[in-house]
Design a protein around this ligand. Sequence first.
Ligand SMILES: *Cc1c(COP(=O)(O)O)cnc(C)c1O
Length: 396
Amino acid sequence: MPSDQGFLDHISDMLVTIREEGLWKRERAITGAQGTWIEAEGRRMLNLCANNYLGLADDPRLIRAATAAMESHGYGLASVRFICGTQDLHRQLEIRLADYLGQEDAILFAACFDANGAVFEPLLGPEDAVISDSLNHASIIDGIRLSKARRYRFANGDPAALEAELLVARKDGARHILIATDGVFSMDGTFAPLAEIRALADRYDAWLMVDDCHATGFVGPEGRGTPARAGIRADIVTGTLGKALGGALGGYVAGPQGLVDLLRQRARPYLFSNALPPAVTGAGLAALDIVEAADDLRGQLEANAIYWRNGLESLGFHLLPGSHPIVPLMLGDAVLAQRMAAGLALRDVHVAGFFFPVVPKGQARIRTQMNARLTRGDLDFALDAFAAVGRELGVI
Ligand SMILES: *Cc1c(COP(=O)(O)O)cnc(C)c1O
């Protein structure tokens, strides 16, 4: 029995509130590999909610590369990078990532959450300013909180609002300004207006950082991401190995040599956390080889996203407009989103309801995501299920 029972009671109260508000998240255990079809709770389900955009999460080539890297380089490093945790595979992957993204160098982290948590604090002091899109990922928000820079926020995807904040930051006497934005907003599947943002960054002499987790590997020429799609240069790119690039884990910051060198000396999630294991770095290198040559998969992904959006729209669902393989079906109410997900599960379609705190209150949704391996048959199966459950719940 802990000494302060009131503390445990306080925790119980919070849990009760979460349940009462219909915000309780339940996890469905998958009993095999991540894929287009998954085994879960004794049934085979079509999976429409993984970030597995190119379908590489169970790719035999990556499994072989991971196995080979474990055979040659062991299971783990039992060290942070700077003590005795750096292998040739880490540097090879960093150089390969930087090259793919058109940056001078890159530095690996345990996750992009850590990369975003790491990048602001060493770079920006109290004399500096960071201007952040209001829908930026939680890890950017947390990373900014850890820095001493002055903070400014602009309305999602709104260049005029960004310019207003740039003016304020300059008027406040900022030494250096960093604009931070997601390349793709993960809850909405919308793109940041990077051409406009780059022009403003140049006009106000600011740097631009783009978190491209939901783009690298499948958006833009050769999948080089949203800056390549917009035809602009980002000063800093952060990203993940946990989505299109194989789906395991690992994050990175890519940018100018000096920035990467500084992060290696000063970034706390780098200095105080373990090195990525060989299975991840070895397979990461193989993933980049596959992804660079994967125009066929990118074409299939795009075709699937168009077919899926059109199918849902003709059924009468309310979607957020866009073209990204993230296709959110807007429902508003958290309980309704939960019931929709439960109804779809009964029809062997696995999706998750998204509600507060991952989206604002009253904007609950089912976020569906396409991948390159879904067939027309899979999508028609899912459309039938969405139609049936949508009618049952009076959504369409
Ligand atoms: C998924 C995601 C992250 C976190 O990436 P991890 O490598 O899973 O920690 C960061 N930013 C954005 C925009 C994301 O979508």
